[in-house]
Design a protein around this ligand. Structure first.
Ligand code: NCD
Length: 350
């Protein structure tokens, strides 16, 4: 059984195939209108979301399927103390595929290991958000006709922004990408990710200067400062207005620049930028729905071919505690920590 936990679970060939299928869906929606007739998607959202949850739901409805689920943890049995593993087992009896969002890193892995239907990670803490990356990749592809050979700037909260982490992990595998990481010092990209960029031979530059970076960019990926992940809110208050993109700051930008943002926007992009043809963030929303449609189809097709359980990887180390304080291993009942050959936690992948 195939599930999607991390964008690295998909090969570049699979990403290309999803892009091709999503483009076909966008052009010929009627062909797909009954493709999931009789199938149910469960959206289990333990953390607030509007667009990602509704995007999944719209995707399934446009494929002719139906949708069940909940949109806040207080209305689920988690409020009674149910484990993630049990929730995944139970929901598998009701639905053909699950999309789950949770504030703890590694939750999607636990859920996938215990579900008997495919599971899609719709965001697990600051770790990953692979379906947002699918939306981002389709948007980049539609704007530039390719994904390789581009200079991509990321701006804002590069420390906590899971969409940044997932898109960086994806870009690692494309040819001739250059990355400019624009953030305040306190919100720099986690060291394990810059180490991966280095190991992949992908040139990157870290800077705090947005205006200085703009002229070199083909893509500018703006992000919200992730208030909910700050242990100390006074630090958030100090950093929240670090970057605000305005038309004036775009004066030296390329004509072909595409400005992306996973949304919600707080104030990182002035509304005066919205009319600029380089603003791509609202089409990115539509692309997210098409990519989720393509992904749901792919995972259901693969589950029909191979219904065997999702594999449990890694080596059990009962006495060892994951160093990541927001890892699911700290809260999930009787979950024995497991590590890969490089000593990374199987769940939060730190
Ligand atoms: C992002 C998320 O949830 O990580 N939003 C989204 O999925 N549309 C980005 C964010 O919340 O800032």
């Amino acid at each position: 059984m195939r599930s999607l936990i991390d964008i690295q679970d998909l090969t570049v060939a699979e990403l290309d195939a999803l892009i091709a299928r999503a483009s076909d869906i966008a052009e010929h929606p009627a062909v797909y209108a009954e493709a999931c007739h009789g199938k149910k998607l469960a959206t289990l959202f333990f953390e607030p979301s509007t667009r990602t949850r509704l995007s999944f739901e719209a995707a399934m409805l446009e494929l002719g399927g139906s949708v069940i689920g909940f949109s806040d943890a207080d209305s689920s049995s988690a409020a009674k103390g149910e484990s993630v593993a049990d929730t995944a087992r139970v929901i598998s009896a009701y639905a053909d595929i699950i999309a789950m969002r949770h504030p703890r890193e590694g939750t999607a892995q636990v859920a996938a290991e215990n579900a008997s239907v495919p599971l899609i990670n719709a965001g697990d803490g600051g770790h990953a958000h692979p379906t947002q990356t699918l939306a981002d990749l389709l948007t980049i592809h539609r704007r530039h006709g390719r994904i390789g050979g581009l200079t991509v700037g990321f701006c804002g909260d590069l420390k906590y922004g899971r969409t940044v982490h997932s898109l960086l992990s994806a870009l690692l595998r494309y040819e001739d990408i250059r990355v400019v990481l624009i953030s305040p010092d306190e919100l720099r990209t986690p060291a394990h990710l810059t180490a991966e960029l280095g190991a992949a031979g992908l040139p990157y530059l870290e800077t705090a200067d947005l205006e200085g970076a703009i002229p070199s960019l083909d893509i500018l990926y703006m992000t919200r400062i992730q208030r909910e992940r700050f242990p100390d809110l006074s630090v958030y208050e100090r950093l929240k207005d670090s970057y605000i993109l305005t038309p004036e700051k775009l004066v030296g930008a390329k004509e072909s620049l595409a400005i992306l943002h996973p949304l919600p926007r707080v104030n990182e992009i002035s509304v005066r930028v919205d009319a600029d043809p380089r603003a791509a963030y609202f089409e990115q929303v539509k692309n997210g729905k098409y990519m989720r449609m393509a992904l749901i189809l792919k995972l259901l097709e693969e589950a029909a071919r191979d219904p065997s359980p999702f594999p449990k990887m890694g080596k059990e180390e009962p006495g060892h505690i994951c160093q990541n304080p927001v890892c699911i291993t700290h809260t999930e009942q009787e979950l024995i920590p497991r590590y890969d050959e490089e000593g990374r936690c199987i769940f939060c992948r730190r």
